[in-house]
Design a binder for this molecule. Structure first.
Ligand code: DX5
Ligand code: ZN
Length: 229
């Protein structure tokens, strides 16, 4: 059974700052600085599936203690299932795992729901939307990567906009209500086109944490997205 769709509660585009771009020695303060956003995006990387080593489920739990914002946990690891379940136990609202890394996606989606989390499936730039046809009914969100996973601050891949549009068409055709999130390379320059194509949630790392005034960065990104809807 799907849980209530977060976008249904609010007509505006949801913004999920990625703490990958925050100061790791000041995470508590950095999280306080993004309270105007809708999610805390936590990127879990294992240094093997992607060449970078970052956070684990303890950071999800700590973010939950520090803030009322829901956690959106994005797993970029060789074997997502065990860490996904730990992230759910730690209180993540959404747990996303890559279709390219998870051959038993139906089972993991079911196990996440059993723990009260919302399963999300992520798609690398080189993976077509058609790869998700058999799983979209069983997830609450699809994460379309706008860059190759691994690092913040990379250039946006323009084809992402057409992938979002194809996914939104698939959602309509199948009468589903999963959220569409775009992760990587999001900025004022593409937020409107992404929202127009059907994106509900925009992840932003360097755009938010690279700004002096994070509240202003969040509201300007949301306004740019909403203007495209
Ligand atoms: C990339 C991560 C992203 C990243 C986004 O693998 O999944 O969440 O932090 O950073 P920007 O917005 O700087 O591309
Ligand atoms: Zn991410």
């Amino acid at each position: 059974m799907a849980l209530p769709n977060d976008a249904a509660k609010t007509p505006r585009t949801l913004i999920a700052p990625s703490i990958l771009s925050a100061d790791p020695l000041a995470l508590g303060r950095e999280i306080e600085g993004i309270e105007a956003s809708d999610f805390i995006h936590v990127d879990v990387m294992d240094g093997v599936w992607v060449p970078h080593l970052t956070f684990g489920p303890d950071i999800v739990a700590a973010a939950r203690r520090a803030s009322d914002l829901p956690v959106d946990c994005h797993l970029m690891v060789v074997d997502p299932a065990p860490i996904a379940l730990q992230a759910a136990e730690a209180g993540a609202r959404y747990v996303s795992f890559h279709i390219e890394a998870c051959p038993l996606a139906h089972r993991l989606a079911r196990e996440l729901r059993a723990r009260g989390a919302r399963p999300a499936i992520a798609l690398n730039p080189a993976t077509p939307v058609s790869a998700l046809e058999e799983i979209v009914e069983y997830v609450d969100m699809v994460v379309v990567m706008g860059v190759e996973p691994g690092f913040s601050g990379q250039a946006f891949i323009p084809r992402t906009i057409e992938k979002v549009r194809a996914l939104a068409e698939l959602r309509d055709a199948r009468d589903l209500d999963f959220l569409i999130e775009v992760d990587g390379g999001v900025s004022l320059g593409n937020a409107g086109s992404l929202a127009e194509a059907g994106a509900d949630v925009l992840v932003a790392g360097s755009f938010v944490f690279g700004a002096e005034d994070r509240a202003e960065a969040i509201s300007s990104l949301r306004a740019a997205a909403d203007a495209g809807r």
